[in-house]
Design a binder for this molecule. Structure first.
Ligand SMILES: Nc1nc2c(c(=O)[nH]1)N[C@H]1C(S)=C(S)[C@@H](COP(=O)(O)OP(=O)(O)OC[C@H]3O[C@@H](n4cnc5c(=O)[nH]c(N)nc54)[C@H](O)[C@@H]3O)O[C@H]1N2
Ligand SMILES: Nc1nc2c(c(=O)[nH]1)N[C@H]1C(S)=C(S)[C@@H](COP(=O)(O)OP(=O)(O)OC[C@H]3O[C@@H](n4cnc5c(=O)[nH]c(N)nc54)[C@H](O)[C@@H]3O)O[C@H]1N2
Ligand code: SF4
Ligand SMILES: [Mo]
Length: 679
């Protein structure tokens, strides 16, 4: 790593991992990261990943020069050679097939300015084929919340959540995935008496703090939530005044519940009826109840409907628009909220204005001089499916889809189909191996700009050190690509790009780059993070309506239920590793804590298959097979097995299927029938 620049004031930046957005800086004493007091982690709290953040920067295997494909592998090239090649090949492909033959993968790991510039590049080139991996996390949540309430983000903020009397945490494991949010905001409230209801097929670190655990059968959240809705009505725990003033359709909704038998719903969801009733009563009796939702809800074919069913509970009980309430999707990477806010999505422009809205396009044209195209582009998984067909060339910034997209067994073949692939990464990864040109980008501590965290706060990243060798700052790279591909000037000054963003994205209007320094900027309340406007849907919903509809949601049985002695594979995360593992797998500190994946399997399921704890098992589906050691544990429910996707040596996505949710196009990562046997 280059010298840390001591002249940067203050000398800290934002953690490169999860969407909580902790501040950290370099500690001379340990040669690693230390937490510093920031807008989210006031006491400088960080988790083990944050503490290892400099491992990403200092790794020996960082890319330091552009690489271009030669006959037998890659050879180093100068920047001008690499950019010439990109300009020539993408130019040819656009000339032959049109701009929609190019697919652009933006990055939830990169700044607002980098993502804003990249989506601008795509649209100036003439395509809306730009997406980021918000698609893979909360696109279904956003679709449901946008539809019902007019905004897809956390309704509340981390700091007011602590005022809740009950938390309903479903399909999320914040103790491991959002550790500082859990420890600093939720846990103190829980210790003070707030009831924690945890809905998860596995008991994990979050469950350890729970009062009620509902070990739902994967893919069966709708019956569980509908059962809870029925109990709320039966027990008179609905908020009549709120229903009158702020909702529509209660009579019909109530009538639809007449057919709902709570015992049947509990049986379908695979949970104890009394526990389900207790959860509904705890949620309904609380003066303030906050729902927190994650991938266990969103990453299903029925992901949007799952969230619709959850929204019904909040509307029935008046738990929206007040402190300590709401429906709160905890966001993934440090800038997955921002990458979407700034328009790195195929159907919306910066600030979530539809590409097919002429007024929105005209407003953008005033700034850019050119109107963006009107037809929505392809989503991430749709783009990889179209490789070699409609999509001939791709630009991938800071993503590793060869590991993280579903049906990984086929993805290799899909990448081979591309005529031309450019990747911008810190390392050679499973995805860069298919590239024609690999550009060496900048790690978090080597870049300046802003990111937007899970509770809509815009936070400032500061450049603490220089990129290694000839690696460049990502914003410079995206601007270089823009100049080559869209043939015009692109600014690589983060302050200037942020200022442009505030002019074109209505939700960032009124913010300034300098004010971001104080952590005081949060949409939709640039006046200040605690201005009173930070809780959404207070008097009106974000779409301007006073009321939101209650809508009956029917259970959608998973398309492929297990047959014979198949088990259901669900996937997820652990505290010490991150997504594809590109950033964490080679970190000495983190691999010392966890060095390999393990298949969680219930002792009864293991015994029936002759599987021993620690023994190698083969996990196979219609898509593919992998092997992993068994972790025989009663913490996972019978009939369900669990693996992470952090270890590319045992890539679980070779086994997952690529069925998509019809509305949001999110893949079904959390319900795959598999056979499991000793390897
Ligand atoms: N340590 C760590 N932190 C991270 C990440 C990481 O990789 N590692 N990634 C970041 C990103 S990108 C994201 S999107 C977030 C995700 O954060 P989470 O949403 O917490 O992530 P997951 O572990 O995928 O899923 C949460 C839980 O859903 C449960 N689950 C599985 N199937 C079902 C189901 O059908 N119903 C219900 N109710 N639950 C189910 C799983 O057992 C799991 O415990 O984390 C972010 N933070
Ligand atoms: N089975 C299963 N699969 C899943 C999920 C699941 O729960 N189960 N979750 C899905 C979810 S929610 C997500 S978000 C995706 C994540 O999918 P990805 O975004 O593909 O995963 P990451 O490992 O975060 O990949 C980030 C890549 O960017 C690089 N990178 C990191 N920071 C920077 C930077 O600042 N600049 C540049 N240029 N490069 C950088 C890293 O080296 C890495 O190669 O995975 C999805 N896949
Ligand atoms: S909680 Fe998230 S943002 Fe905070 S240190 Fe841990 S990984 Fe980084
Ligand atoms: Mo994510």
């Amino acid at each position: 790593m280059s010298e840390i620049d001591r002249t940067v004031e203050p000398n800290d930046s934002v953690c490169p991992f999860c969407g909580v957005g902790c501040s950290l800086s370099y500690a001379e004493r340990t040669g690693g990261a230390t937490g510093t007091s920031g807008p989210v982690n006031a006491d400088g709290e960080i988790c083990p990943k944050g503490a290892a953040a400099f491992d990403v920067v200092t790794r020996e295997d960082r890319l330091t020069r552009p690489l271009v494909r030669a006959d037998d592998g890659f050879v180093a090239a100068s920047w001008s050679e690499a950019l010439d090649r990109i300009e020539a090949r993408i130019g040819e492909i656009v000339a032959e097939h049109g701009p929609d033959a190019v697919g652009v993968f933006a990055s939830s790991n990169c700044t607002n300015e980098e993502n804003y510039t990249l989506q601008k590049l795509a649209r100036l080139l003439g395509t809306n084929n730009v997406d980021n991996c918000a698609r893979l996390c909360h696109s279904s949540t956003v679709a449901a919340m946008q539809d019902r309430l007019g905004a897809g983000a956390m309704t509340n903020t981390l700091s007011d959540l602590g005022e809740a009397d009950a938390f309903l945490v479903t399909g999320a494991n914040p103790a491991e995935q959002h550790p500082v949010a859990f420890r600093s905001y939720l846990l103190p409230a829980i210790r003070n008496g707030t009831t924690l209801i945890h809905v998860d097929p596995r008991a994990n670190d979050t469950t350890a703090a729970a009062d009620i655990h509902l070990p739902v059968r994967p893919g069966h959240d709708i019956p569980l939530l509908n059962g809870m809705a029925a109990v709320l009505v039966e027990e008179g725990l609905v908020d009549e005044a709120f229903l009158d003033r702020r909702t529509e359709g209660y009579a019909a909704f109530r009538a639809s519940l007449a057919d709902v038998d709570v015992a049947e719903q509990a049986a379908l969801a695979g949970v104890d009826e009394n526990d389900l009733r207790a959860a509904a009563v705890a949620y309904g009796e609380a003066d303030r109840a906050a729902a927190i939702t994650g991938m266990g809800m969103s990453q299903h074919r029925c992901g949007t409907d799952n969230v619709h069913a959850l929204l019904n509970l909040a509307l029935l009980t008046g738990n929206l628009g007040r402190r300590g309430t709401g429906v709160n999707p905890l966001r993934g990477q440090n800038n997955v909220q921002g990458a979407s806010d700034v328009g790195a999505l195929p159907s919306v422009l910066p600030g979530y204005r539809d590409v097919d809205d002429p007024a929105a396009r005209a407003a953008i044209a005033e700034e850019w001089g050119i109107e963006p195209p009107a037809d929505p582009g392809l989503t991430e998984v749709e783009m990889t499916h179209a490789f070699g067909g409609r999509i001939r060339a791709a630009v991938v910034l800071g993503e590793n889809p060869a590991v993280t997209e579903p049906d990984g067994t086929n993805i290799a073949a899909q990448f081979e189909e591309l005529d031309f692939l450019v990747t911008v990464d810190l390392f050679e990864t499973e995805t860069t191996q298919y590239a024609d040109v690999i550009l060496p980008g900048s790690a978090w501590a080597e870049k300046a700009g802003t990111v937007t965290n899970t509770d809509r706060q815009v936070l400032r990243m500061r450049q603490l050190t220089e990129p290694p060798g000839e690696a460049r700052r990502d914003l410079d790279i995206v601007a270089n690509l823009g100049e080559r591909l869209a043939d015009r000037e692109f600014s690589s000054d983060p302050a200037a790009v942020f200022e442009e963003l505030t002019r074109v994205s209505p939700i960032y209007a009124g913010m300034t780059y300098d004010d971001v320094d104080d952590g005081g900027q949060r949409w939709p309340s640039p006046a200040g993070a605690d201005s009173g406007a930070e809780i959404l849907h207070r008097d009106r919903f974000a779409n301007g309506d006073r009321t939101a509809p209650l809508v009956p949601v029917d259970h959608i049985p998973p398309a492929d239920d297990p047959t014979g002695d198949e088990l259901v594979l669900t996937t997820g995360r652990i505290i010490t590793h991150f997504n594809s593992g590109a950033l964490t797998r080679r970190s000495e500190t983190l691999t010392r804590m966890t060095s390999e994946d393990a298949l969680q399997i219930h002792p009864d399921d293991a015994a029936a298959r002759g599987i021993d704890d620690g023994g190698a098992v083969r996990v196979a589906s219609d898509q593919g097979a992998i092997t992993a050691p068994a972790d025989v544990t009663p913490s996972v429910r019978r009939g369900t097995v669990f693996l992470t996707f952090h270890f590319a040596e045992s890539p679980v996505n070779r086994v997952t299927a690529d069925a998509l949710n019809p509305t949001a196009k999110i893949p079904e990562y959390k319900h795959t029938p598999v056979t499991v046997e000793p390897a």
